[in-house]
Each structure stands twice: as structure tokens, then as C-alpha cells.
Design a protein. Structure first.
Length: 508
């Protein structure tokens, strides 16, 4: 998917050419890809994040490229493509091939056993600076290609234009995998891609399967319905003492709750919880990883059951587009703390045939710059630190807490030059906070408000010129000092998290 990355509040980990988890992606931690990823399809990638992304990547690639290049794959665009699909293993062996024309689709087949989780992924891009390469989309069909099961454009969270699809097989049998270019899938008449080569692989999500990072995978084991009977997660080691892990399973009924516990490393300062979404099979132009679970709730608690953060990750059947991506929690928590993640169906949920979920956990050892209290006025404002970004401008990433919510106000000062544009990406509730009515505003040097917006539900605050932004960016007419001002109306009585994160982006 060609689009801009905006608010990402979770660090991202690449595994086997795919992803594991993020803490700010396109998404707030030094491009610590955190799923305030407000992705918007646009042909120029320029990050407008709310997190300074400090990617702690530990690629466990089965790029020992036993790449059996079968460029002679049976390519076809006709409806019988799945009938002519080329067999592919589920051991992570890459198939290297190419699409001869922009509208071509290649078909492969894989064999799965009921209950298998499989990750299907491409390995084409090292980062987001190679738009001339194939921007792939993966779709999964039943054996003869008559029923669409899942669709994946890009990774979750997004690091680059490579795609990753995770699916749980409800029945034993043969499944059909198709790969095509984003332009063709999205119905674009023209595209920018010039190089149509690709590498595609499938790997079973089984801790004993060769190719996975040690301690990364945590399939659920029933019964794990309470903190006392919870599954204890193992975590893989990242760089800078960060740890990360993936918990996954399926709900056996409306009353089922799956609980996983884990402990943050001593050096950690926050934990991030990402969720594979959206649900449903997807379609042309719409992603969907194939779960029949339309409503879901993720809750983070301490070991006594006190709620720290709650996220409603329900899917309404529409495409997740910026700035309304489902929320990912990125919660400041002291290192060494043990916590529990609970997953259950949301309000009004009716069990389906394949109610699976995948949760990504990332424990981070660095975070956005924190406020220095008291910063309640322009005269005592905390200072925003800026660094050059890849778009030729400057980005600053900040975080803080509003406490007490009804009276506290946080000021952040920064300088801007006449002719610049100020883009803003912020999240509170959309980042797992219990702040209610979080309001984000830009004031001028006289402390006069220029533009303001109050967070609505889990929608991200995104001031930009891209499609899907909540408001337009600010045009700077006079050089000088400006202020980002944050407030809230109240604090949710059901959770303790009261943080916010913002990315301020200045473009010449």
C-alpha cells in the first residue's frame, strides 16, 4: 500500500521477512512504529508519527534462501488460477519469481491442518525508500479460488511496503495463496512500480518450527480464563534490552476469556500491545486477516486484576484508514512489573466459525521525551526536541500525563519558521489511555489558540494534508515560539492509565 505513515506508538520487530510487533509505526517512539498508524494511501511515504521510532529489530529470517527460484511458476489471471496453483511449503522456503505485467496475479497452494496458524509474507523491501519495487498484496482463498478467506496489504504494524498475512486454518486441506501488485488490487489504472520481482514464503506459527526467533511464539493453552490460570508468556530478546512476544489463539465461545501474563525487563519504561486487525476476509482495496471475530476487547491489568488500560478493537466492516485505525496501547509502566493481558469478545459478539486473534507485545527501554512538571503555563513549558526527518523537515516526539484530568494542562514549546507547515499526530485513548476528552491545541507566542481538536473515541488526532486526516496542517505565517497545549475533561473510572503521546512535524 502506498501511503503516509503517521502515528505509530509501538516498536516494530521483523521476523522471517514479516513482522512481530511495534511500538510506534507510521504510525509515536522515534518512529517506534506504534499503531497510531494512520495509514493513508498516497504515493509518497513521509512519516508523520507521534512516536520517535527506535526499532528494535531482530530479524529471524529463514533467508537462508533455500530460495528455490521457480520463476517458471504457473502464472495466470483467469478465475481458474487456484486450480493451476504451484505448490509451496509451509517451512519458510522462499519462492522467487516476478509478475510479468502490472495486472498479473501469481497463484500458489499450501496444505494446512485444522487449527494451524500460518504466516505468509514477502521479502522485497529493506525500508520505505524503494517505491520502484513491487508493492505486494497477498490474498488467501479456498482450494479452488471460489471463496476469499483473507487479504493482507502491508504488515501490521507497517514497517515498509512488504506484506504479511496471518491466518488460522479452520479445516484441514489445501489453500490457495495469490500475490499481486497493490495498484492492481486497489483498482489503480497506473502505478509507480517498475520492478515486479518478489520473494514469497509461508511459515507455520509453531514454536518448534525452524525459522522462528526463540521464545517469540506463545500459543494459548486452555484453560487460561483467569490470572490464576493464565499462560505465562516467553519473550524474545531485542536490542537495547527490549523484549517482545506474540500471543495467539481462538475463542471457544462467548464466555471465553484468554489471559497471558508477562514481566517487563528491569530496563523497560513502557509496554506496547498491538493487535492484528482488521477482521473479515477483506476484498479489493480492503484488508482482512480472516477472523470471524468482529468484536474484541484487550485489557491490561496488574496481577491483582486492577485495570490499567482497555482497548476496544472491534471491527465495523469498513476498511481501516487513517486516522481511524484500531487502537494499540503503548503504556508507561515501570521495569520489572508483572502484568496480565486479557482478550475476549466485545459487547454483543456472536461466536463465529474461526474466531482467532493475534496479540503483539513489545517492552521498550526508550520512549518519547517526557514532560517536566510543572509545565502548566507558557512560561513553564517543557521544551520539545526536534531532529531531522526523512521528509526534509523536523520532528519532535513528546509524552506526558494529565493528572488530575479536570485541571491539569501541559504546555510544550517549540520554534517554527515562517513558511513551514506544522503537522500533528497525537493519541490518548487511541494509545491505551483512560483520558476522556483529551484536547490538543497549537498556540502562538502570545498564547493565543490557532487550532484545536478534541479526541473522539479511539480516533487519532492527525493534522495533515493527506486523505483521512482529521484536520489540515497549520501554515506558519510568522517565525517564533509556538506551544502544543494538552488538556482533558476527566479520567475514566475504569482504568488508571492517563498518558498521551504526540509527534510535531515541521515541513519547509
Amino acid at each position: 500500500m502506498k501511503y503516509l505513515l503517521f502515528v505509530s506508538l509501538i516498536m516494530c520487530i521483523a521476523v522471517n521477512g514479516g513482522l512481530i510487533g511495534c511500538s510506534s509505526s507510521g504510525d509515536g517512539a522515534s518512529d517506534s512504529d506504534s499503531d497510531s498508524d494512520s495509514d493513508s494511501d498516497s504515493d509518497s511515504d513521509s512519516d508523520s508519527d507521534s512516536d520517535s521510532d527506535t526499532d528494535s529489530d531482530t530479524d529471524s529470517d529463514t533467508d537462508s534462501d533455500t530460495d528455490s527460484d521457480t520463476d517458471s511458476d504457473t502464472d495466470t489471471d483467469v478465475p481458474t488460477g487456484c486450480d493451476l496453483a504451484t505448490p509451496m511449503d509451509t517451512a519458510g522456503t522462499f519462492v522467487d519469481s516476478n509478475l510479468a505485467t502490472p495486472d498479473e496475479i501469481d497463484y500458489y497452494s499450501i496444505t494446512l491442518t485444522a487449527g494451524d496458524f500460518v504466516q505468509i509474507f514477502t521479502d522485497i523491501h529493506l525500508d520505505d525508500t524503494t517505491p520502484e519495487l513491487l508493492d505486494p498484496v497477498i490474498t488467501l482463498w479456498n482450494e479452488d479460488g471460489t471463496t476469499l478467506l483473507a487479504t493482507a496489504d502491508d504488515q501490521i504494524p507497517r514497517l515498509d511496503m512488504d506484506s504479511e498475512l496471518i491466518y488460522r486454518a479452520p479445516t484441514t486441506g489445501t489453500y490457495c495463496v495469490a500475490i499481486e501488485g497493490w495498484e492492481n488490487w486497489a483498482g489503480q489504472t497506473t502505478g509507480t512500480t517498475t520492478d515486479w520481482n518478489y520473494s514469497l514464503a509461508a511459515l507455520l506459527m509453531d514454536p518448534s518450527q525452524v525459522g522462528w526467533t526463540a521464545n517469540l511464539l506463545n500459543p494459548e493453552t486452555e484453560t487460561n480464563d483467569t490470572i490464576g490460570s493464565a499462560n505465562t508468556m516467553t519473550m524474545a530478546a531485542g536490542t537495547s534490552n527490549a523484549t517482545f512476544g506474540r500471543a495467539y489463539g481462538d475463542l471457544s465461545g462467548a464466555a471465553d476469556v484468554d489471559v497471558f501474563t508477562y514481566t517487563l525487563p528491569v530496563a523497560a519504561v513502557s509496554t506496547s500491545i498491538g493487535f492484528y486487525k482488521p477482521f473479515g476476509a477483506g476484498s479489493s482495496g480492503v484488508q482482512g486477516h480472516g477472523s470471524t471475530l468482529s468484536n474484541g476487547m484487550v485489557t491490561l491489568t496488574d496481577m491483582s486484576g486492577n485495570v490499567i488500560s482497555t482497548l476496544d478493537v472491534s471491527f465495523d466492516g469498513a476498511d481501516w484508514m487513517a486516522p481511524n485505525n484500531p487502537p494499540d496501547a503503548n503504556v508507561p509502566i515501570a521495569g520489572g512489573t508483572q502484568v496480565a493481558v486479557h482478550f475476549e469478545g466485545g459487547t454483543g459478539w456472536t461466536p463465529g466459525a474461526n474466531d482467532f486473534y493475534v496479540i503483539e507485545i513489545m517492552n521498550q527501554t526508550s520512549d518519547n521525551t517526557g514532560e517536566v512538571e510543572t509545565n502548566d503555563t507558557a512560561g513553564t513549558a517543557s521544551t520539545t526536541t526536534f531532529a531531522a526527518n526523512t521528509s526534509g523537515g523536523y520532528s519532535g516526539f513528546v509524552m506526558g500525563a494529565i493528572d488530575p484530568a479536570a485541571t491539569d494542562v501541559d504546555y510544550w514549546s517549540f520554534s517554527a519558521v515562517a513558511g513551514e507547515e506544522i503537522a500533528l499526530a497525537c493519541g490518548a485513548a487511541s494509545n491505551g489511555s483512560g483520558l476522556v476528552g483529551a484536547t490538543f491545541a497549537i498556540h502562538n507566542a502570545s498564547d493565543t489558540m490557532i487550532q484545536t481538536e478534541t479526541e473522539s473515541g479511539y480516533d487519532t488526532i492527525l493534522w495533515s494534508s493527506v486523505t483521512g486526516a482529521s484536520m489540515t496542517e497549520i501554515n506558519v505565517t510568522a517565525s517564533g515560539t509556538y506551544y502544543l497545549v494538552i488538556s482533558a475533561t476527566s479520567q475514566s473510572a475504569s482504568m488508571t492509565a492517563n498518558h498521551y503521546r504526540c509527534g510535531i512535524h515541521r515541513t519547509p
